[in-house]
Structures are given as C-alpha cells and as structure tokens.
Design a protein around this ligand. Structure first.
Ligand SMILES: *[C@@H]1O[C@H](CO)[C@@H](O)[C@H](O)[C@H]1NC(C)=O
Ligand SMILES: *[C@@H]1O[C@H](CO)[C@@H](O)[C@H](O)[C@H]1NC(C)=O
Ligand SMILES: *[C@@H]1O[C@H](CO)[C@@H](O)[C@H](O)[C@H]1NC(C)=O
Length: 588
C-alpha cells in the first residue's frame, strides 16, 4: 500500500508538475478545487433500498476505528425494534463510513453471531471529510434476523486501522432496514440476488439455518477470519448440522493481503519452476496468478472457485479509484458452493470439519464461510447418499522465460468437476448434480529493463446445478462468469525527477444466469456486464498521481433493464448517466 502525502493540494501540484510531459492526459487533467467529490461511490448495482420507507429501521452499531490492529471486533448486543415482526420481504444492511483524514485502504466486515454478512475494502480518502455508504440486500440471512428479533444475538464489526503513519480515523454506522409487504422498487428495480448472480437463483427462499464456518472464538482475539498463508494451509471449522437438512450451500468470503494484494498480475519466475517444492512454498510472489479458493468436508475436496480479482484502491494506481471504486470493492463478492451432493456425509448428527483453503496462496488470505441449510420441517431426519464424485487435478500449464527483470510468463489452468448425491425428504427422493468448469489464463510480459509491462488475466467459469426426480429434471440453473483484466504500465525515469508510472487498466465482469424450472420449461436469463477502463499516473514512490476512469454497468433480464455510465477524472465525477438499456444503447 502506498501511503500518500496528506496534502489536499496534491492535484494542483501534480497538474503543474506533470502536465508538460503528459501525453495520456493532455487536456484531461482537472483541478478539483472546491468541487472535489467527498462521496465515494460504487455505481455498479441498482440501489438495494426500495423507494418506499422501511417498515422499521434500527441503528445497530456506531463506532470509530482508530488504532485497531490486532484488536477483537467491536460487538454489541442487538435489540430489535418493537412492532417489527417477521415476516419481512426484504432486509437491507446499511453501512455508512466516513474518515477524518488521509488513510490507507483497509479491510472491514460485519458479522451477525459470527456469520459474515459483508466484507468491504475502504477507498483511499483523497480529502478530509470523505464518506461513502454501502446498502446490501441481506434477505438471504433472514434466519439470523429472525433469531435476532427473538432476542439475543450479537452484531460485530471489524476494521483494522492504524493511525501510526496516517491520521485518518474511520467512523462507522451500521443500520438494519426491515421491509414488509409488497415492495415498490420503482424503475430501477432492485434485484436482490443479481448483485453477484450465482446458483442461489435456484433457491428462492432463504435458508432456514445459517451456520458460521469461521473462528468460533472470533468475538475475542483477532476476529472470525481464518488466515491462510500457504498453498497447503487448510483451516477447518467444526460444524454439526441438523439431521433434517435437505439442501446445503456454502458461501465463501475471501480477501487477500500482504504479498497477495495483486495476485492477479503476479508473474511466474523461472527460478520458481526449477525450485524444489519446499523452496516454492517460501519463495514469495513469483508463483504466477492462479488462485482457487476451495472447501473440504472432513478433509475431502468439495469444490472450488477462482476468486474474482477485486482491485484494491492501493493496487495498480490509487488515483483510479476516487471517487468511483473498483468492481466489487465495497461489497466483496462471495462464492457459493452447492454442497447438497455431500449431505450424506454430514447428516449423522456428529461434528464434521469444513475446511477452507486457497490454491497458490502466499501470505496472506482472510477466509470465512457461511453454511446455508434448508430444513425439512416434516421429518426429524432425512436420508442422503452420494452418487458421483469426480474431481481430477486441475490441468496446469506453466511457461516462463526471464533474463534478469525482463521476460514473459504464462500460466493456464483448466478443470472440470462433477458431484452428485440424492436426498430423500418429504419432498421426495431428489438428486442434485453439480457440474463446474474452470478455465483461466495469465500472461505477464516485462520489457525495457523492467520499465514496460503488460499483464493479462482472464478466467471463465460455468456452474450447472440440476435437481432431478428419478431421471426427470425439475430445475436447472446455469451460471457463467467471465472476467478479463489487462494492466499496461510504463515507468518513466526523468533525470532529477522521481519515477513516474503511467498505467492503462481494463477490467470486466460478465455474468449470465439462466434458470429453468419444471416441465413447463420456461427459462429466465439474467445478464450483467460491468466494465471499467482507467488510465493515469502515479509516482512509484507513492505520493502524487492522477487518474480518470469510465465505468459502464448493464443488467438485463426478461422484463427489466438497468444501465449506468459514470466517468471520473481528477477525483470528481464528470458524467453520470442512468437509463433504461434502450436509451443507453447509443451512449458509448
Ligand atoms: C451482552 O449480553 C451478554 C449476555 O446477556 C452480557 O453478558 C453482556 O454484558 C452484554 N454486553 C453489553 C455490551 O451489553
Ligand atoms: C452516524 O450517525 C450519527 C447520528 O446518529 C451522525 O451524526 C454521523 O454523521 C453518522 N456517521 C456516519 C459515518 O454516517
Ligand atoms: C434415492 O434414489 C437413489 C437413486 O437415485 C437411490 O440410490 C436411493 O436408494 C434412494 N433413496 C431412498 C431412501 O429411496
């Protein structure tokens, strides 16, 4: 992370200093002056808040985070507002944050009884008074809110901050908004499960039970997160699940820190290829850009995902991300693994170990998961058994050619896994088949004695979950994710001046979810494209810099459409257009 000088006027200085030699920015540099945006924003999602007022709202937690490194999370006993009974049609978590002065980017999270409901990366404040707001649809965790409403329950938040170097103190307000009855989402309809569409589309009703797969003593010590420092590290949590669970989905949260801040641009060094395994584990950074977060049940692999590379504000160029954040930074994506095919292993009423690991990990990753369980209220115990387990090793392809700092490397990975199992409950004897295909490729090229580099990273995943009765399928959901990224960097060393790094950046998230239910065969398809382009400069030593960005967000399904284009330059929004997709089509 590059701390920058706590100067309000740095844009002005930058302007005077670099404009004469700037080719990328001729005419584009803006002097923010008094118009500089203090509000940071994430324009990628339609607002989670319906247009009508909430039926009831409660401020759960108010806290300042100054020197909190190594401290336990802040926890409060929850008090439910009177006259706010279940059922709710939606529950929204609101997190308002403000920061008093310059500060680095930090990771934060909110938990309810140890179940993580939000992980977030804070922006780098470019001026005192910077603030932002995250509204997340958390209806998925309704089981937890029911428990809170019945009395008892703890809401926790962690934000590890230090004021040793920079003075910024974060102030946070956490609120919950409960909605009852029909929702009026207005034109830009809120789509609870499309923020990060996934297999959860298959399950309209939230789970009946949500169990934390995190450190059980998280309220004390260093919090609920498990820390993964290496390729081989697997952190296990003991869970006991109800014997009448008929469906299980594991939701995994990850973030990456230290050496792994920018794992997605990581080159593969030749030395790394030649080294014996033990040395590989200790060689930092040079192991290429393949990462996969995975789960185990009692030590057995149960599925994995390539994480979407959320670009932290401190990575690449901090000046890209003011005031618009990178895709997924405010509300980090979580990854759903359907574990229903494995229920046969866990329905015996005994403790089982759910493990979490990250392939390719170096120090360090923070991982945690939530086990969502659906309960058969008509029986005390359901029966389940495995039908298929196919999880061959991922095919890796690694090449590297380096002469000193210059050279190139390529890493490719391809994998296919299939799991199936039956569950016999009051709903019948149903088979769940999970098929998951992964393909990723990373190319890194460095030239001109390390001054010119390009990194291309792309992954594509296709997950299909099919529910069958006998040989007839009842429902099928297919989720496709494709995410390319390109980073081009040139370092300019002018005599007597500090080195300046110019960067062009492109990142895109494309997701398609098709849901097909029943024999009637009606298919609903949801498509999301979220694209960001940015370019800018920064001093390699930290300090001054500038950036401009274009964000384009598109969502559509059978009946609705939402689009937004936001352009920024020099720390301010210079264009913000929201429209129906048709109206947007002509706006490039
Ligand atoms: C929260 O509740 C627990 C148990 O009722 C109690 O021991 C604890 O002191 C309470 N904490 C606060 C901050 O009120
Ligand atoms: C938190 O709420 C208080 C009012 O209760 C308000 O004064 C403060 O500005 C809020 N802080 C943030 C970061 O929204
Ligand atoms: C459920 O169906 C599977 C085959 O699909 C079968 O192997 C299993 O015995 C059945 N279970 C029960 C309880 O009928």
């Amino acid at each position: 992370m590059h701390p920058f000088l706590p100067q309000l006027s740095f844009f002005l200085i930058l302007h005077l200093y670099f404009l004469p030699s700037s080719s990328l920015f001729d005419g584009d540099l803006m002097l923010p002056g008094p118009t500089m945006s203090l509000e940071h924003l994430d324009p990628t999602l339609p607002p989670a808040l319906p247009s009508q007022p909430a039926y009831c709202s409660v401020v759960v937690l108010q806290q300042d985070f100054a020197d909190t490194v190594g401290s336990p999370p802040v926890s409060v006993n929850y008090t439910h507002p009177p006259d706010c009974p279940f059922p709710w049609t939606r529950v929204v978590l609101g997190l308002s944050l403000a920061v008093s002065g310059p500060q680095e980017s930090r990771v934060g999270a909110v938990w309810i009884d140890g179940v993580e409901v939000l992980r977030t990366i804070t922006p780098i404040p470019m001026a005192p008074g910077a603030f932002w707001r995250i509204d997340k649809d958390v209806t998925r965790y309704a089981a937890l809110f029911r428990r809170l409403a019945n009395g008892g329950g703890v809401v926790s938040m962690m934000l590890e901050n230090s004021i040793a170097v920079l003075p910024g103190v974060f102030s946070a307000n956490v609120s919950l908004h409960y909605y009852r009855g029909p929702l009026d989402d207005g034109q830009a309809a809120s789509m609870p499960d499309v923020a990060h569409p996934s297999i959860r589309s298959l399950y309209h009703e939230p789970a009946d039970v949500v169990l934390p797969v995190s450190k059980p003593d998280g309220h004390y010590g260093s919090g609920f997160w498990h820390r993964i420092d290496s390729e081989t590290g697997v952190e296990a949590t003991t869970v006991v699940i109800p014997r009448n669970a008929y469906r299980a989905v594991l939701e995994i949260f990850v973030s990456y820190h230290g050496d792994e801040d920018t794992w997605y641009t990581n080159p593969l060094r030749s030395e790394y290829l030649r080294q014996p395994m033990t040395a590989k584990l200790s060689a930092s950074r040079a192991n290429g850009a393949f990462r996969q977060v995975y789960a185990t049940i009692d030590g057995r692999y149960a599925g994995g995902r390539v994480p979407f590379p959320v670009v932290y504000p401190s990575a690449i160029n901090p000046f890209f991300w003011s005031p618009v954040t990178a895709i997924g930074a405010f509300d980090m994506p979580s990854y759903d693994l359907d574990l229903t095919p494995f229920l046969g292993l866990m329905l015996d009423g005994r403790p089982h170990e759910v493990g979490l690991g990250v392939r390719g990990a170096q120090p360090h990753w923070l991982v945690a998961a939530n086990l969502h369980l659906w309960i058969d209220h008509w029986s005390d115990a359901v029966q389940a058994g495995p039908l298929e387990y196919f999880a061959p090793a991922i095919q890796m392809n690694r090449n590297a050619q380096w002469r000193n700092v210059d050279g190139e490397s390529e890493v490719g990975a391809e994998g296919l896994e299939r799991f199936a199992g039956w569950v016999s409950s009051s709903r019948g004897n149903l088979t769940t088949q999970v098929r998951h295909k992964t393909k990723m490729k990373s190319e890194v090229e460095v030239q001109n004695r390390g001054t010119v580099s390009q990194s291309d990273f792309i992954f594509k995943e296709r997950t299909t979950v099919t529910v069958l009765r006998g040989n007839q399928w009842m429902a099928r959901v297919q989720a496709v994710v494709e995410a390319p990224m390109q980073v081009q960097t040139t370092v300019q060393n002018a005599a007597g001046a500090p080195a300046l790094q110019k960067t062009r950046f492109f990142h895109q998230l494309m997701q398609t979810v098709s849901l097909n239910e029943g024999q009637s065969g009606a298919t609903t398809t949801r498509e999301l494209t979220d694209r960001q382009d940015a370019e800018g400069s920064a001093m390699t030593s930290g300090g001054w810099g500038s950036g401009k960005s274009r964000s384009a967000y598109r969502y559509k399904d059978g009946s609705r459409c939402y689009a937004r284009n936001v352009n920024t330059a020099g720390g301010v929004v210079i264009q913000d257009k929201k429209a129906s997709c048709a109206a947007m089509a002509g706006v490039a």
